[in-house]
Design a protein around this ligand. Structure first.
Ligand code: SF4
Length: 334
């Protein structure tokens, strides 16, 4: 049997597709990833981001007409956002360890524990995965394959896990000599001096493992005191502002003034890079589009004030000839 796996939009190796690949190969089947030359018996479509919903649904029809005899499976938030019955992998595939050869990537990917105990309305995690305690916990040492020293942790709210689990994840990473990337961000409202110390002992990495980086988010303007307190505790523990990146949601329930204020506080008060995320990736509003471009292109952000840039955001500016960091954010669904 031939299996065609289609990865629409993953920014990191797709865990579900890697499990499907391992399961299929264990049956003696052949697996093709995003191939235009395969003749599939089964097709597996994965799309994560809600703004790809229309494209993802159209692709089902396209593959049906192209391969009328193939069995088509699909999953990911782009397909099941808003549905009561969410799409799950069959249990035997969910229980299969991922096939890392699929992406030929040296980063292990997985969860110690899924779920989240908060209920942010713009987010799908709590609807899809429920509370943290309702999900199985696995230690890093139980799922990180031998020989892997880089781990992309997908837990959505490690900071809200029980204290002993939170500490165990970070201590296991240190003891195993693992570089950990907390891809979905660390809930800065939950930071304490003890936690900051533990994080600083084996500082997390960005998703490409080029630099030490702790991601966190500031979605609600009202939590400013917690954000300030959290950054200050982290800096006291040894983090520099440059080792922190703040996902900053705009276009959901905030005003332009509140958006600019958060960016101003992060950068000018603490030297922390904001990473602006437009709600549902909707940049139809020119101001939103300009802000996303200005903030997320670091060289623009550093070289020109927003009020100057936003007057003529489409004009060409010379790019710097030095290589600046790029940011490959995780899969947090907004
Ligand atoms: S945005 Fe983060 S804290 Fe809020 S529900 Fe989603 S995972 Fe939880």
């Amino acid at each position: 049997m031939n299996h065609l796996l289609i990865d629409f939009d993953s920014t990191i190796p797709n865990l579900a597709l890697m499990r499907i690949s391992a399961w299929a190969k264990a049956r003696g089947d052949k697996v093709f990833l995003n191939s235009a030359n395969a003749t599939p018996d089964e097709i597996w479509l994965s799309a994560i981001f809600t703004w790809h919903k229309a494209k993802a649904l159209n692709s089902i029809e396209m593959y049906k007409s192209q391969f009328p005899h193939a069995k088509i499976h699909y999953g990911g938030t782009a397909f099941d956002w808003g549905r009561v019955n969410r799409i799950q992998l069959p249990p035997e595939i969910e229980a299969t360890e991922p096939d890392y050869e699929l992406y030929n990537d040296d980063r292990a990917v997985g969860f110690c524990q899924r779920g989240c105990d908060r209920k942010c309305q713009f987010c799908d995690v709590w609807r899809k995965e429920g509370r943290i305690a309702n999900n199985k916990y696995r230690r890093l040492r139980d799922w990180v394959p031998n020989g892997f020293s880089k781990v992309l942790l997908l837990d959505n709210d490690l900071a809200l896990a029980e204290e002993w689990k939170h500490d165990q994840v970070l201590n296991d990473a240190k003891e195993m000599g693992i570089k950990l990337s907390i891809t979905q961000g660390y809930d800065i409202r939950c930071i304490t001096k003890e936690r900051a110390q533990l994080l600083a002992e084996n500082k997390p990495w960005d998703t490409s493992f080029r630099a030490r980086m702790l991601y966190f988010s500031w979605d609600y303007p009202q939590i400013e005191p917690w954000v300030r307190r959290g950054i200050e505790i982290l800096e006291d523990a040894g983090f520099t502002g440059r080792q922190l990146t703040c996902y900053t949601l705009i276009g959901y329930s905030t005003t332009h003034e509140q958006d600019l204020h958060r960016i101003d506080v992060l950068w000018n008060d603490y030297g922390v890079y904001p990473y602006v995320m437009a709600y549902n990736n909707d940049k139809s509003d020119p101001w939103t589009k300009a802000l996303v471009r200005w903030v997320n292109k670091r060289w623009l952000f550093k070289s020109i004030p927003f009020n100057e840039y936003s007057r003529n955001p489409l004009r060409e500016l010379p790019e710097p000839d030095v290589k600046l960091d790029t940011f490959n954010i995780g899969g947090r669904v907004i």
